[in-house]
Every structure is written in structure tokens, then in C-alpha cells.
Design a protein around this ligand. Structure first.
Ligand code: SF4
Ligand code: SF4
Length: 320
């Protein structure tokens, strides 16, 4: 039996909604098949008021073991570092987070807000929001860069806006069943099993990417969304085209550009007008290159690809 506590800071509840939609395994499977004891969750927790405070105090004091501490949302530090804008169970949430992280065997950040600040931490960041161990690309965040949970791991970051339901439940099961030590994390503490490959891996538009055939409107069935619509699939680490959403599709399959939501910089360009869903270019060359490709290589590659593009690539081949 593993005790799990899920708290929510500065958040929209999107990751909770995602978690409740999980299928492999589902939120119920966590309890019935994997012996996870959900002590409290913002949408499922029964305790309120004094009872909730009692539970929290028992965890902080070590009287009750905390095996998995899950945090969704940013750590709100405003105003003036007090955290008073986000109170929970009688005190600032940030004080609970600091105390619980000290006693947790594993600490897991779910979604962009908890991992690196996400949208709330976008300038001017009025709530003085930070992620648990990062602020955007900056290592440190609320708990500091040296933080390790009792299992000796840093915060396990499962980013996304929201994170895919199965990324959440599969990592929770791994740590609850004693396989936390097998997790290999990348430089941003994301489990490599999900975040080593790119959104582009498995995208049905890869051949259009290769022949530089562009989609110019959302939902268009032919064409790649990189050249005009700002798709970040070639430089975003996510398995969105391997572990499909609702088991059947993804943004790019549906004709919607990847916005790079699993990367620390999300949202990009601080949401400046004209920068979202539009490829940013300098002298006709995309400002942000596919990972590992330099500008000279890109120009040579796309010139050759365009010249070699077959006629069928310009047609809609997904006939139903
Ligand atoms: S639509 Fe996006 S993810 Fe798919 S091939 Fe084009 S750039 Fe890559
Ligand atoms: S396709 Fe891109 S923006 Fe959409 S969920 Fe995946 S990583 Fe995030």
C-alpha cells in the first residue's frame, strides 16, 4: 500500500481533469489493482476543515508515511514572498509544499505549472509563481536545485498543458510498485521513457515535412504544419504521436500545430500578438529550427526536398 497525496497550487485543474480521464491504467485501477491509497485529492478528497488539517499535520510530522507527493499548479509566492494569495488548510500552500517535500519518498510535479511555472509564470508573473524545481529553464524553482526526495530522486517532472493521462498514471504506478529507481530522467527531470522522442515521432504528416509541403489552415488533411502554422513538433519532446490522446488522435493528426507544451519555455514568445500559430521567420528561414538541424543544412535540405516533391504529396491522400 502506497500513500499518495495530491495537492493543487496556482492551477486551472486541467491536470486533474486529465488524470481522471486516464485509461491505462485508470485512476480507479491505481486503487484497486496497484494498492495506492489516495489520502486526499482536490476533486476526490473527503476531509475538510479540521480533519484535513489533522491529516496534513500527521504527514508533516512523519506520524503517517507519505510515499508519493503529487503537486499540480504553481507554487504561488505573492505577495512579497508570503504565499498568502494561495492559502490551503489554514496556512499558505507554499509552506505545506516545503514541509511535505521534506518527508515524501517521491515528489512528482504534474503539468507545466508545477514543473516550470507554465502560463502563470509568464511575464509579468503577478502571482510570483514558480515550479517545484524549475522556473522556465532555470534550475532551482521553489525547492532549490539540490532538492531530493527521501528516495534520492529530484522532483519527477511530468510536463504538459495538460500532461497526458497515461503519462501521469504510468509514472505513479512505477514509483508505487518500487520501480522508481529505474526511471531515467533527462536534464529537465522528465522520464525519458516518454520524453526522449519528439512530438514529430509518429506524426502522420512526416512525409509532408520531408517534401516541404505546407498546410496553411487548421484541420487541412494534407501538408505539414511546420512551415506556416508554427508547429513545434520537430523540437518538442513528447510522445503525443506514440501515446495517442483519447487512444485515437493527436493535435498534429487533427491538423492543429503542436505548441511545444512539454518544454520549459511554453508558452513561447510570451504570447506576443502574431507569434502563436505562425511560423516565425528571419529572411524566410524559420527562427526555431528542428532540433539538431542548422540553418545552412535546413536551407539545402528544403530546397532539394521541394524540388524532389512528388505530385501526390500535394494531394489529399487521406481519402475516406
Ligand atoms: S505537422 Fe508538426 S509534428 Fe507533424 S510532421 Fe509537420 S512539423 Fe512534424
Ligand atoms: S502535441 Fe505538442 S502542444 Fe499538444 S499536447 Fe503534445 S506536446 Fe503539447
Amino acid at each position: 500500500m502506497a500513500n499518495l497525496l495530491w495537492l493543487q497550487g496556482g492551477a486551472c485543474s486541467g491536470n486533474t481533469m486529465s488524470f481522471l480521464n486516464a485509461e491505462e491504467p485508470s485512476a480507479c485501477d491505481l486503487v484497486t489493482d496497484f494498492g495506492i491509497n489516495v489520502l486526499w485529492h482536490p476533486s476526490l478528497g473527503m476531509e475538510l476543515g479540521e480533519n484535513l488539517q489533522k491529516l496534513m499535520r500527521a504527514l508533516v510530522s512523519g506520524q503517517m508515511p507519505l510515499d508519493i507527493f503529487v503537486f499540480e499548479g504553481t507554487v504561488v509566492q505573492a505577495p512579497n514572498g508570503t504565499g498568502e494569495w494561495n492559502r490551503f488548510a489554514g496556512r499558505p500552500m507554499k509552506d505545506w509544499v516545503r514541509d511535505l517535500a521534506k518527508v515524501a519518498t517521491f515528489t512528482v510535479a504534474i503539468g507545466d505549472c508545477a514543473t516550470w511555472g507554465g502560463i502563470p509564470a509568464t511575464a509579468p508573473n503577478p502571482s510570483d509563481s514558480v515550479g517545484l524545481q524549475f522556473l522556465k529553464r532555470g534550475h532551482g524553482g521553489f525547492l532549490g536545485k539540490d532538492y531530493k526526495s527521501k528516495a534520492g530522486l529530484p522532483v519527477i517532472n511530468i510536463p504538459g498543458c495538460p500532461a497526458h493521462p497515461d503519462w501521469i498514471t504510468q509514472i505513479v504506478v512505477a514509483v508505487a510498485t518500487g520501480r522508481g529507481g529505474d526511471l531515467s530522467l533527462d536534464e529537465f527531470q522528465r522520464p525519458k521513457t516518454f520524453f526522449q522522442s519528439f512530438t514529430q515521432t509518429g506524426c502522420t504528416r512526416n512525409m509532408h515535412f520531408a517534401y516541404k509541403v505546407s498546410a496553411t489552415e487548421f484541420g487541412q488533411r494534407k501538408g505539414c504544419l511546420f512551415y506556416d502554422l508554427g508547429c513545434r513538433g520537430p523540437m518538442t519532446h513528447s510522445p503525443c504521436n506514440r501515446v495517442l490522446w483519447n487512444r485515437q488522435s493527436s493535435k498534429t493528426r487533427a491538423g492543429m500545430p503542436c505548441m511545444g507544451c512539454t518544454e520549459p519555455e511554453f508558452p513561447f514568445y510570451d504570447l506576443a500578438p502574431g507569434t502563436v500559430f505562425k511560423t516565425q521567420t528571419v529572411m524566410g528561414v524559420p527562427r526555431d529550427m528542428p532540433t539538431g538541424v542548422d540553418k545552412t543544412g535546413y536551407i539545402k535540405l528544403t530546397a532539394a526536398a521541394k524540388a524532389a516533391s512528388p505530385k501526390w504529396a500535394e494531394e489529399d491522400i487521406f481519402v475516406v
